[in-house]
Design a protein around this ligand. Structure first.
Ligand code: NDP
Length: 246
């Protein structure tokens, strides 16, 4: 079903992981997709190829979301290419997990620069450049609902994303734009699995009602709905996507 035909959607961090799955599912639903990446050009090109091989329309655009000038240039390039942007998916993010006592100034700055400043930079561009009646989908995390040691700066950054989501929804509502966040639980990507022994992954999987971790596709399906006009009455909400973990 082409619920998203006519829509142009920018997905940050779409070279791999959840963002790549989101980009592909959005394209299957008929959207034209801008696949943003920071350093992974090859992976971003691969995402674009997978979309175009399935008859979809996508381009890859490089921009580090933490850099305001690169984000502005990406918005302008996307609008030059497709004529507009209807939906912004703020998926790009990093996760640094360390005990607070071991967290360096550089860790703190990097965590907040990409997760919070990145979301701020794209939403500031979207405030004037997103089309009327568009949608914004930000990425928080289910970790904001649990209290796990070592996740301090990460959950602090995601809590900030949730608050920006709520306030911004009231600022752009007059243009018909709805703004929500999605909070995945543990999901099978490099961000989650890297460096984790299988027993830790199994223990976290057991916290869901279905005894498994999420797959990127589980999250992508929810983003497709939130990007559609059917979700227009949902705004300023944070949607848990975690199989009843929390
Ligand atoms: P991955 O590490 O698998 O992928 C991250 C993506 O973000 C890559 O495409 C990467 O691009 C991009 N990225 C990183 N830094 C930047 C930057 N500065 N500018 C632009 N793009 C950037 O992560 P996931 O797919 O797992 O995570 C996606 C989102 O979901 C994140 O916001 C994460 O916090 C959130 N999340 C993930 C969970 C999980 O368990 N996986 C759980 C809850 C939330 P490049 O290849 O160019 O580096």
């Amino acid at each position: 079903m082409n619920t998203l035909s006519e829509k142009v959607i920018l997905v940050t961090g779409a070279s791999r992981g959840i963002g790549a799955a989101v980009a592909q599912k959005l394209a299957l639903a008929g959207a034209k997709v801008i696949v943003n990446y920071a350093g992974g050009k090859e992976a971003a090109d691969q995402t674009v190829n997978l979309i175009t091989q399935n008859g979809g329309d996508a381009i890859a655009l490089q921009a580090d979301v933490s850099k305001a000038n690169e984000v502005a240039a990406m918005f302008d390039a996307a609008i030059t290419h497709y004529g507009k942007i209807d939906v912004l998916v703020n998926n790009a993010g990093i996760m640094i997990t360390k005990l607070l006592k071991d967290t360096t100034d550089e860790d703190f700055t990097r965590q907040f620069d990409i997760n919070v400043r990145g979301t701020f930079n794209t939403m500031r561009e979207a405030a004037t450049k997103l089309a009327d009646n568009g949608s914004i989908i930000n990425f928080s995390s289910t970790t904001t609902r649990v209290m796990m040691p070592t996740y301090g700066t990460y959950v602090a950054s995601k809590a900030a994303v949730e608050q920006l989501t709520r306030v911004f929804s009231k600022e752009v509502g007059a243009r018909g734009i709805n703004v929500n966040s999605v909070s995945p639980g543990p999901t099978n990507t490099e961000l989650f699995t890297k460096g984790k022994p299988q027993e830790v992954i199994d223990r976290l999987a057991s916290l869901s009602a279905f005894n498994r971790i999420g797959e990127p596709e589980d999250i992508a399906k929810i983003v497709v709905f939130l990007a559609s006009d059917d979700a227009k009455w949902i705004s300023a909400q944070n949607i848990g996507a975690n199989g009843a973990m929390a």
